[in-house]
Design a protein around this ligand. Structure first.
Ligand code: ADP
Ligand code: MG
Length: 281
């Protein structure tokens, strides 16, 4: 069985987080290798893992995804998930989501009082995300982005508590990790040019976080006419709202870091198992 992990030209073997996954797949007898996205690929399954530059060429990326015979997550999922406007759809289904307004280029955004975030609708690695109180500065940032963007009130709990990422394989909960705050006042700064460097560590989620994440997966699957087990991998990023209840910040179904470095080896074994059953299907 041949499995390709898709990466990008700047980091053709990812950032090291997948090392445990590669070991697990090899131990399980899988022929696994990395390949940057964009050229033809021959494998029983291609798993999007480190395709971080797709936000610069989203149309090319989706067109390439369409050419891959067996892709995880499936291209319909990727198409829906690469545009963060899905947050509005999930909120409309009654989920607790960070309040989100979508602004198209050329439109005049209306900004909330207090601190808020302006970030590209198609974005990853915190790039292009800015934290503002000044409306003129935020307007200038939105115009400089020149693309569809999201406006959200800044969730100040992130400064003290960061966010919790809950990871699922084939719809089943695997593990969680914690991510520190990414946005100082102003614009997020990236050293690598691909993502803003993150501070991560393992964490146990609360019951409330678990149950929100479960509902998010069920509702996302329903919106896509899929079953949640069709998501080979999923990461649900939650923050605390003003009342302490969890709010969805992001549902990552495209190329999330899965945090193997911050959890036990069995997480990689679980994904290896899910990959092998998806590749056989
Ligand atoms: N509404 C918000 N409130 C607080 N922090 C935010 C908010 N939106 C984004 N951030 C910060 O910016 C980071 C990147 O934003 P996110 O929506 O997760 O996009 P991505 O990870 O895809 O770049 C988050 O990890 C978080 O630290
Ligand atoms: Mg994020």
């Amino acid at each position: 069985m041949k499995v390709v992990l898709a990466s990008c030209a700047a980091l053709p073997s990812g950032d090291g987080d997948e090392d445990a996954l590669i070991s697990a797949l090899q131990r399980d007898g899988v022929d696994v290798s990395w390949q940057p996205w964009g050229s033809p690929v021959d494998a029983d399954l291609v798993v999007l893992r480190a395709t971080w530059d797709y936000t610069e060429r989203p149309d090319d990326f989706l067109a390439w995804c369409e050419t891959v015979p067996a892709l995880a997550n499936p291209v319909s999922v990727v198409r829906w998930n690469t545009d963060k406007s899905y947050l509005v759809e999930l909120a409309a289904r009654g989920l607790a989501v960070v309040p989100t307004a979508v602004v198209e280029p050329g439109e005049k955004p209306s900004f909330p009082d207090g601190e808020f975030v302006v970030k590209p609708a198609i974005g990853a690695g915190s790039r292009g995300a800015g934290r503002f109180t000044d409306h003129a500065e935020a307007q200038a940032h939105f115009e400089a982005l020149g693309v569809k963007a999201l406006v959200q009130p800044y969730q100040s709990s992130v400064d003290a508590h960061g966010e919790t990422a809950l990871v699922f394989f084939a719809g089943e909960y695997s593990h969680s990790f914690h991510k520190g705050p990414m946005l100082a006042q102003g614009l997020a700064e990236s050293e690598s040019g691909l993502y803003v460097e993150e501070k991560l560590r393992g964490i146990e989620p609360t019951e409330a976080q678990r149950s929100l994440a479960d509902r998010v997966l069920d509702e996302a699957a329903a919106l896509l006419s899929l079953d949640r087990k069709d998501f080979l991998y999923a990461r649900v990023d939650v923050v605390s709202g003003a009342d302490g209840e969890p709010l969805l910040l992001e549902l990552e179904l495209t190329e999330p870091t899965l945090g193997f470095k911050y959890t036990g080896e069995d997480a990689a074994s679980r994904l290896s198992k899910a990959i092998r059953s998806t590749a056989r299907a």
